[in-house]
Design a protein around this ligand. Structure first.
Ligand code: SAH
Length: 233
């Protein structure tokens, strides 16, 4: 196994790069890839930057240039459900590109020529991440939607929830990584700590959260995931 670990922002991957043993660095396509051993796991960490294209490009390079065999995306997200609170973790079971709409040629949300509007995560990785996260905070599992929009207006999140009633969280990268991994046959998982409620307070809550809690959570969960994973194989 070679594990690719992607986050959009530096705070979401805080401490992981320093934890890599025998690190090597390579800059490619405006991103810095750092490889090494992460608690016995052969890993490559990278910041994708924000949005679906940025995330898709980064996931593709991880597979094609760095030979990763599995991908985990770790970051923060807005809540998409009243039971999902700031500080909770959502582990994706499936991901939707909420801003994709080629109707009437294809149903809304369907990615043309895949026949799919939802991409499923790898059950094994998802199980292990959820177990690792459950030791830190409350964990939900289900659908995450991604789009090239920061959802920061109550009307926006309400409209999304009406269109996708099983929505648990909104973010800007996960579903793009999901499509790339589906097309390349790479098992992947997405884990998100809730930083805001995707409503009118979202921008302020997001900025506060990212500076305080986000980094700590990601580090603890990934450490536990790596240690347990090694034990399980
Ligand atoms: N002002 C920030 C922009 C961050 S965009 C900056 O300058 O760095 C928000 C990031 O966190 C994205 O990577 C997205 O995946 C996630 N995210 C958190 N809350 C979100 C929300 N309410 N809507 C969409 N994405 C959100």
């Amino acid at each position: 196994m070679r594990l690719g670990i992607i986050s959009a922002l530096a705070e979401e991957q805080h401490g992981l790069i320093e934890a890599l043993e025998s690190p090597y660095k390579l800059v490619h396509g405006m991103r810095e890839y750092t490889g090494g051993k992460l608690w016995e796991i052969d890993a490559v960490c990278v910041l994708s930057r924000i949005g679906k294209v940025a995330a898709a490009m980064t996931a593709s390079i991880l597979v094609e240039k760095f030979g990763v065999t599995h991908i985990v995306f770790t970051g923060v997200a807005g809540s998409g459900d009243k039971n999902v609170k700031v500080g909770d973790i959502v582990v994706a079971e499936e991901l939707v590109q909420h801003d994709f709409d080629a109707s009437p040629l294809f149903p809304q949300f369907e990615i043309p020529l895949t026949g799919l509007s939802r991409f499923a995560t790898d059950t094994g990785l998802t199980e292990q991440l959820a177990a690792a996260a459950a030791q830190t905070t409350r964990v939900h599992r289900g659908m995450i939607a991604s789009g090239d929009q920061f959802i920061g207006k109550l009307a926006q999140i309400q409209a999304l929830k009406a269109a996708l009633p099983d929505l648990l969280a909104v973010e800007m990268e996960g579903a793009a990584v999901a499509q790339v991994c589906f097309e390349l046959g790479i098992p992947f998982a997405v884990i998100r700590t809730i930083s805001d409620n995707a409503n009118d307070d979202a921008a302020v809550d997001f900025m506060h959260f990212i500076k305080t809690v986000a980094s700590r959570y990601a580090f603890d969960v990934i450490e536990r995931f790596c240690r347990e994973h090694v034990r399980s194989v």
